[in-house]
Write a protein that binds this ligand. Structure first.
Ligand code: ZN
Ligand code: ZN
Length: 359
């Protein structure tokens, strides 16, 4: 849909209100239609979709089994060739920072994660404030939202996020240090092997899905939502830096405990922990960015959560599937768009809001 061809509103704020209202009306209609469709799915259609789903899984499993060894072999060769370089860089860092485990785990982890969050968060924020370059607007998940960005609201986000990172993050890092000390730290100078890093990342991702899904779902219970989680949902159309804009209690139990649990269970090397924290931070910044860019993992699911509140509580979508909390999403246009774009055609163009019905 070409939004520029729609009738223009007289003032900027009026335009935002009208556009939001229009957007909301459209989506309410869509929701009704989806609910209607859901209750009228014929059983033959249902069994066909299950069959298609099973065929797809089988194909993925066969491809994975066929290429697993060769792919990991090539990655292993790459890792071994670059291992000396990584080890050299790690040694240089330790020579500079020292080997004191408390300093490394508490202070350097805080500095490192702070820099990652704000470096990439700043890039997204510049895009949001300037709304330039113009062509990126066609990748917006909820068109016309945050144009212009509310600076007062943004300032509140920045202050709360910095508060969380320092006054919640640092005490939690000290607690984590003692928890990990209890488990025993691995040899700090020696980097882990490639396969071990992959294995630990896999465990961390699954633990995060489990921890985030259930803590997040608990945050949506009536009384807890009002007191704690409502703050994070002030942004119905989120922007990247709202990723950890949350009440401090939510920040502990939903944002930092689930990623830390994987590290604790695996007794991960500090370098593996930092790699995992980087992945988790980039993933949540992307999930809240409000943009579905080509060749990026799809942020549609969590954006839909902010849009509709009671769907898509997880990170991977696995537990949402198990509990059926993705039902509306899977039948919505946003659900169709939930894939990595492999061309520069925006998701809205590939999967329009109201597909033409066949008569
Ligand atoms: Zn969120
Ligand atoms: Zn939520």
């Amino acid at each position: 849909m070409d939004v520029s061809s729609e009738p223009s509103c007289s003032s900027q704020s009026e335009k935002i209100v009208k556009c939001t209202r229009r957007h909301q009306d459209d989506t309410d209609e869509e929701e009704e239609e989806i609910k209607h469709r859901r209750h009228n799915v014929p059983s033959s259609k249902l069994s066909t979709s299950i069959y298609e789903y099973l065929v797809l899984i089988s194909i993925i499993l066969i491809i994975f089994a066929a290429f697993r060894n060769s792919v990991t072999w090539h990655l292993q060769v790459f890792w071994n060739r670059s291992a000396d370089l990584w080890q050299h860089l790690w040694d240089q860092f330790l020579d500079y920072a020292g080997e004191d485990e408390f300093t490394l785990f508490v202070w350097w982890t805080t500095i490192y994660t702070f820099c990652i969050y704000w470096f990439f968060g700043a890039i997204y924020t510049i895009l949001d404030i300037t709304n330039k370059p113009k062509f990126i607007r066609k990748y917006k998940i909820q068109p016309n939202t945050n144009e212009p960005l509310d600076k007062k609201k943004l300032r509140r986000v920045i202050l709360q996020v910095i508060f969380n990172q320092i006054f919640v993050g640092v005490p939690f890092a000290i607690f984590s240090y003692y928890a990990l000390k209890f488990r025993g730290f691995p040899e700090i100078r020696e980097l882990p092997t490639f396969h071990w890093v992959l294995f630990e990342l896999g465990i961390c991702i699954l633990v995060e899905e489990f921890g985030f899904y259930y803590s997040h779902r608990f945050l949506h219970s009536k009384h807890i939502y009002k007191r704690i989680h409502k703050k994070h949902h002030e942004w119905q159309a989120p922007v990247a830096v709202t990723a950890i804009y949350a009440h401090p209690i939510e920040h502990i139990f939903s944002n930092i405990l689930p990623p830390f649990l994987g590290v604790f269970i695996c007794r991960s090397h500090l370098a593996t922990s930092w790699l995992w924290f980087t992945m988790a931070l980039l993933s949540t910044l992307n999930a809240h960015s409000g943009y579905h860019f080509p060749f990026f993992p799809s942020p549609e699911a969590h954006d839909f959560h902010h849009f509709k509140f009671n769907y898509n509580f997880g990170m991977l979508g696995l537990l949402d599937r198990v509990h059926g909390t993705d039902s509306l999403f899977r039948m919505s246009p946003q659900g169709q768009r939930h894939l990595m774009l492999l061309s520069f055609i925006p998701a809205h163009e590939q999967f329009p809001d109201k597909p033409k019905k066949s008569s």
